[in-house]
Design a protein around this ligand. Structure first.
Ligand code: BGC
Length: 464
């Protein structure tokens, strides 16, 4: 086995530019989940949704998450059948159709249908884009380039806040959504020019094409990598059912679990209900406070891209969980009145701290690790399963937040998320391997050599 950990190679700049194009899918993910916050009031007015008709409003909001869950389910078949590149082009088409459907809607059902299509694209791309990026990158920058996807999500959320704000005066919700057409089209046009994943090409027996792509990506030093990919493909191929075998099931537990813990940290209650939280804490400009949160999320994600291949995945997760636990505990205590009645600055500081630790520690790592752990023959099935946890628990947390607040109060609800994050920390300590700098095929060789999942990222011993 060769060690590519130190490779900076002729293609690293090219790898970053390829990854940035694929990461536009992340920008659309953030934009399409975020834009509704400012648009909902205007949609309701123009479509004649009654103030009290919360069910229709909830359907408009939740359709994206539901669509994303379906998209995650379909992502395995789609990425295996059409390939990674074409699947991302398909998402760009779906983003475009969904956006047009909403922007031209003459009935609320058209808005909901558009949101479902958009959601499907979000769910599909949230699995395929990290997979594509991971499969084209060399190991020494793989963490950073997959993290670009997370960074793009945060830029998308921020962009959505800005666009909401820009069109607030005119109330032009069609334009709010319409802006999303620009990145949708750019994603499709950009992807057409990019190479297919060499790993998918070998999986489909297109070895000569894979060779040409690897040469482009790595320069002349690609033969060993190609050989390792061919070894990966020689393992029996299979689907979803194999994920429940003793060899693969621990990987499902790790990747599925990481997304569960990412979501039950309560991150999206802050992004979806931010203005309400700040209103309750006594802020007179809650939307502005949300914009500050969005900006912090972007900046912290830039730090994440920078440190993930230096510190590794485990250290980032430890730091992330510990920070998130502290911030949620303080936030809960503030809402419970432990620090007196004037809590707006304290609550803003705790929320910002939460966002920083989440963005650096918990935001990117689950996407990176899910794209690294599964062997090539079962990567799509494994990643699709993990993605279902992402969207299923996203839905669960956002749908139960208001009821939890009503039943337990804001303070206890945040303490509950803190307790869940303690679970995430323990889970990481005992189960999550360090994959920093390790070629995907070495992780796989460790798996087939019978190493425990916690040690899949260790150096491969001689003779494997
Ligand atoms: C999560 C999303 C979240 C976003 C916030 C992502 O890693 O999967 O649910 O909205 O981070 O930046």
């Amino acid at each position: 086995m060769h060690d590519q950990a130190g490779q900076s190679g002729p293609g690293v700049g090219y790898i970053f530019s390829i990854s940035m194009v694929a990461a536009i899918a992340g920008l659309l993910f953030g934009f399409d989940t975020g834009i509704i916050a400012g648009a909902l009031t205007f949609i309701s007015k123009s479509m004649g949704i009654a103030e009290t008709d919360t069910m229709t409003k909830e359907a408009v909001v939740a359709a994206v998450t539901l669509g994303a869950l379906f998209g995650a389910m379909a992502s395995s078949k789609c990425s295996d059948y059409f390939g990674r590149k074409k699947s991302i082009i398909i998402t760009s088409l779906l983003f475009t159709i969904g956006t047009l459907c909403i922007a031209m809607a003459f009935h609320v059902y058209m808005v909901i249908t558009g949101r479902l299509i958009m959601g499907f694209a979000v769910g599909l791309s949230a699995m395929v884009a990290p997979m594509y990026i991971s499969e084209v990158s060399p190991p020494n920058v793989r963490g950073a380039v997959v993290f670009l996807f997370q960074l793009a999500i945060t830029i998308g959320i921020m962009l959505a806040y800005i666009i909401d704000y820009a069109f607030e005066d005119t109330g032009d919700w069609r334009m709010m959504f319409g802006v999303g057409l620009i990145p949708s089209v750019l994603l499709g046009l950009g992807m057409i020019r990019l190479p297919e994943s060499p790993r998918w090409l070998v999986l489909k027996g297109k070895v000569q094409q894979a060779e040409a792509v690897l040469k482009k990506l790595r320069g002349d030093d690609f033969q060993t990598e190609l050989e390792e990919i061919r070894v990966s493909v020689s393992h029996p191929q299979g689907g979803l059912r194999d994920l429940f075998t003793p060899k693969l099931f621990p990987l499902v537990v790790i990747t599925f679990g990481l997304f569960v813990f990412q979501q039950v940290s309560g991150v999206n209650t802050i992004f979806y209900y931010g203005p309400e939280l700040f209103k309750e804490a006594g802020f007179s400009a809650p939307i502005l406070a949300s914009v500050v949160c969005g900006g912090t999320n972007v900046l912290a994600s830039v730090v994440g891209v920078w440190v993930v291949d230096r510190l590794g995945r485990r250290k980032l997760l430890f730091m992330g969980f510990i920070g998130v636990i502290v911030c949620l505990t303080v936030l809960g205590a503030a809402y419970k009145g432990f620090f007196g009645p004037n809590i707006h600055w304290l609550s803003l500081a705790a929320v910002l701290g939460f966002i920083v630790f989440f963005a650096i520690g918990l935001g990117g790592a689950p996407y990176i690790i899910m794209s690294e752990l599964f062997p090539l023959t079962h990567r799509s099935a494994g990643m699709a399963t993990a993605s279902c946890a992402n969207w299923g628990f996203n839905m669960l947390v956002s749908a139960t937040f208001l009821s939890l607040v009503q039943g337990l109060g804001m303070g206890t609800t945040f303490w509950l998320y803190a307790a869940c994050s303690v679970g995430g920390l323990i889970f990481t300590i005992f189960l999550v391997p360090e994959t920093k700098g390790r070629p995907l095929e070495e992780i796989e060789a460790n798996l087939y050599a019978g190493k425990k999942s916690r040690h899949l990222g260790d150096p491969v011993e001689d003779g494997l």
